[in-house]
Design a protein around this ligand. Structure first.
Ligand SMILES: [Fe+2]
Length: 299
């Protein structure tokens, strides 16, 4: 079931100023007090940040560095096999460190030179409208914590690996960076929360979990797949459906498991035409029409 709050573990500031990160009972770090304390310290650093200041500098632990190094090492050969060409080209241009977790401003400086994007520090939950509208100005809200070391191959919530390795390389590409920006400009146009929810679902099934035929084989362009070295081995075996805005924008999904149904484009040009065309032109009215049950579906 889709819930905005499912995307992140909610962060709360108590009356005495302490920061609490609420991890779901089945979160891999739920019963790990050291992990919870660490999440709270990193969230507190983001909450203390004010726009215009440098992003918080996190002194990552040896264990956190080990998670980063392991995931990047596991992903590297899989990106070669499964990622779209533009993403693979961006790997060299962004040139993330593989032996340490980079600072947010360090990554922003690289991305800014490659297409104008910058990361904004986020403690956790960012309201959908805030998150998407910032994309229209080439600003991306980014967490700085790492997934729990017991489950490095997948995270149900977006950690710095998802944001920087998955989205960051897409932001540095001409095609997918522009699709992120167009989604943000669309969000700036929309007023109806139901429209934004529809937009977020189309984004989910494209820039998070999109797959596309390129050079005769199925490849991934979704940041969720490209930042999960477990899921990236599975997407070719999932159920694939043709791009369909009405279906994508109204489909339910569960972020706690691999996505069983993926929407497949037959070319990158089709992604640009269908998804990019939707982002570029959608309005509250056009989305209301897409959300209206069709005669065939009502039967
Ligand atoms: Fe994401």
């Amino acid at each position: 079931m889709f819930k905005e709050g499912q995307l992140y573990s909610p962060v709360a500031t108590e009356e005495d100023g302490t920061v609490t990160v609420h991890l779901a009972h089945d979160h891999p770090g739920a019963n790990d007090p050291d992990y919870r304390r660490r999440r709270e310290a990193i969230a507190a650093a983001a909450l203390a940040w004010t726009p215009g200041d440098p992003a918080p500098i996190i002194d990552y632990t040896i264990q956190e560095r080990a998670v980063w190094c392991r995931v990047l090492a596991e992903l590297a050969p899989k990106h070669e096999r499964y990622a779209v060409v533009e993403f693979r080209d961006a790997l060299a241009r962004v040139n993330l460190p593989r032996d340490r977790v980079p600072g947010l401003d360090e990554v922003s400086d690289r991305l800014h030179d490659l297409g104008g994007w910058r990361y904004l520090p986020a403690a956790g939950l960012v309201p959908l409208d805030v998150f998407y509208r910032a994309l229209g100005d080439r600003r991306f809200h980014c967490t700085q914590y790492l997934r729990h070391p017991d489950v490095p191959l997948y995270t149900p919530e977006p950690d710095i690996i998802h944001e920087v390795v998955g989205h960051g390389h897409l932001l540095a590409t001409p095609t997918f960076g522009e699709l992120h920006r167009l989604a943000g400009v669309a969000a700036q146009r929309l007023h109806d929360p139901e429209s934004l929810d529809f937009l977020a679902r189309v984004f989910w099934f494209s820039l998070e979990f999109g797959v596309v035929v390129e050079e005769g084989e199925l490849r991934a362009y979704g940041a969720g797949i490209l930042s999960s070295y477990g899921e990236i081995e599975e997407f070719r075996a999932m159920e694939h459906r043709p791009l369909d805005l009405r279906a994508m924008g109204t489909a339910e999904y569960d972020i706690t498991a691999y996505q069983p149904v993926l929407y497949r484009a037959e070319s990158v040009a089709e992604v640009v035409e269908v998804v990019g065309g939707f982002f570029a032109g959608c309005t509250d009215q056009s989305i209301a029409e897409l959300r209206r049950p069709t005669a065939a579906a009502a039967r």
